[in-house]
Write a protein of this length. Sequence first.
Length: 230
Amino acid sequence: MPTILAIETSSELASAALLHGDRLIARETSGVQTHSQSLLPMVQDLLKQSGMTLAQCDAIAFGSGPGSFTGVRTACGVAQGLAFGCGLPLVPVVTLAAMAQACREASGAENVLVLLDARMDEVYWAQYRYHDSGWRTVIEPRLSAASEVAPEGDAVMCGNGLTAYAPAFARLSAVRNMQPRIVLHAAQMATLAALAFAEGRTVAARDAQPLYLRNKVALTTAERLARVAA
């Protein structure tokens, strides 16, 4: 198993994890206003506890999005800085895929619909199916109104979008289970990144990019009034 340092800041919870062999240790802190200040101390604490240096890692993973616009930029920028300093490759991990992994670890689910509150009455969502010790993407990550989410087949739903827009998802008869408390965490990103690293799916630090699904993060007054009227 490779040694992977993973960082995640695209939601209210900032986290870091270090996977070394079969040992996984992690740190987390809440409060979006402090993500940039808390991330590097968490990384330093993990390395100190493990008795390792950053240069001894094989790769650095980061939550590439979708998620908070500022958060995904923070994770990507910090990961790039760390990687440049030690000449390490990066492994971008889609946040929704990491949530699917967390859902599987919590419930054993094999068909997972992930829903992340995107604010502005919308959700980031995707569907994944676990098969032969790996994940297959059933529906690629996308952004839409909660009422437009349409899973394929019977699925376990997870993520804070379930709580934010509960009435919209009560209509889905195909859903057999809901896991609204599943949150984004670097621990699952480290697990997925180790598999990606083994398959050669890394990028150079200069080529790392966040995954944005929403190009516009603010509405004009007229657009807000039109949305309310609709």
